[in-house]
Design a protein around this ligand. Structure first.
Ligand code: ATP
Ligand code: MG
Length: 315
């Protein structure tokens, strides 16, 4: 089942289209990265999912139901940590979770036990009775996660949970997110940091200028395939057949009809150049040029997101 489905979502601020025909599907139980550069429209989208901002157009379905009427039965299925969580400075962590739990109508004994369990989960049990006004950024982010989990949501939405944290804080946050992910929960996590998404998420949607530009499994996208582009003196079927017979070679493509050029695509990122060149020579071929065109998730990201290396040169 789909935990979240967004279809053709639009949102403009004055004449500026912050979200422009965005589509996103998050399947139940996956940890989905919502990746895009600063200003891509991530926070705006997440706020619309939560019903904090009205879309101009499009549909947002949460477990198949739309959140237009902001019913508690839909809202309590989603937990949300905003971009920079902040809390009333005079409240302790426990008091904050207590009050927040009340707003969901959670009975007192359940609230108390749940608050203690969540504070333990995010490593704040020693700070349960300390006022949040003195908390560091990392502690506030962790309390933000506990707050988002108070209704025991099925879908947890985190807006840049590692932003602004030092490397130790980021590692700790990743650990907490992975622990939470072991429970039966779906997560949508926004980030502009590719390496964070690669470490935490199973699937990813990349967005740019308010549109989704790519979606897929991190495994598939980041396990760079080997793509070798080879110019030969002459392409023969004998060479093509021999290359196709190599283990792990998925495809051999003729680049275009006018050129004696082929692409060899293999299913993992080993260096295939030695075996490919030997196979070609053994089958009577002559290599004029061989280029490695393998791609990593970063290459894919830079290719689809504006502001990649080529745009950089134009500035
Ligand atoms: N309330 C608002 N009024 C006017 N413009 C806004 C408003 N909120 C967001 N924007 C603009 O919409 C665009 C998308 O903003 P958004 O905060 O959704 O981006 P983001 O992907 O979350 O970026 P970041 O990675 O920096 O958090 C930006 O250009 C932003 O300036
Ligand atoms: Mg944002």
């Amino acid at each position: 089942m789909k935990a979240l489905e967004i279809k053709d979502l639009d949102k403009h601020f004055d004449s500026f289209k912050a979200v422009n025909g965005l589509n996103l599907v998050v399947e139940e139980s996956e940890i989905h990265g919502f990746l895009g550069p600063n200003g891509a429209g991530k926070t705006t989208t997440l706020r619309m999912i939560m019903g904090l901002l009205e879309p101009d157009d499009g549909d947002i379905l949460i477990y198949g139901k739309n959140n237009d009427s902001k019913d508690l039965d839909v809202l309590s299925r989603i937990g949300y940590m905003p971009e920079r969580p902040s809390f009333p400075v005079h409240l302790t962590s426990r008091e904050l979770l207590e009050i927040y739990g009340q707003t969901y109508g959670i009975p007192e004994e359940v609230r108390e036990a749940r608050a203690s369990r969540l504070l333990n989960k995010v490593g704040l049990d020693n700070y349960a009775d300390k006022r949040t006004g003195k908390f560091s950024k990392g502690m506030k982010q962790r309390l933000g996660i506990a707050q988002a989990l108070i209704s025991e949501p099925d879908l947890l939405v985190l807006d840049e949970p590692t932003a602004g944290l030092d490397p130790g804080g980021r590692a700790r946050m990743r650990q907490i997110i992975k622990e939470i992910g072991k429970d039966d929960i779906t997560m949508l996590i926004s980030s502009h940091l590719l390496e964070e998404v690669e470490k935490i998420c199973e699937t990813v949607t990349m967005i740019d200028e308010g549109k989704s530009v790519l979606s897929g499994s991190v495994e598939e996208l980041s396990h760079s395939k080997t793509v070798l582009q080879i110019e030969l003196m002459e392409i023969t079927s004998r060479i093509i057949n021999a290359l196709e017979d190599l283990p792990k070679v998925k495809e051999v493509i003729r680049v275009d009809d006018d050129k004696e050029e082929i692409k060899v695509i293999a299913s993992d990122d080993e260096d295939y150049r030695p075996v490919v060149s030997k196979t070609i020579v053994d089958h009577g071929g002559t290599i004029l040029k061989m280029t490695d065109r393998s791609r990593s998730l970063e290459d894919v990201y830079l290719e689809v997101i504006d502001g990649g290396p080529e745009d950089e040169q134009l500035r």
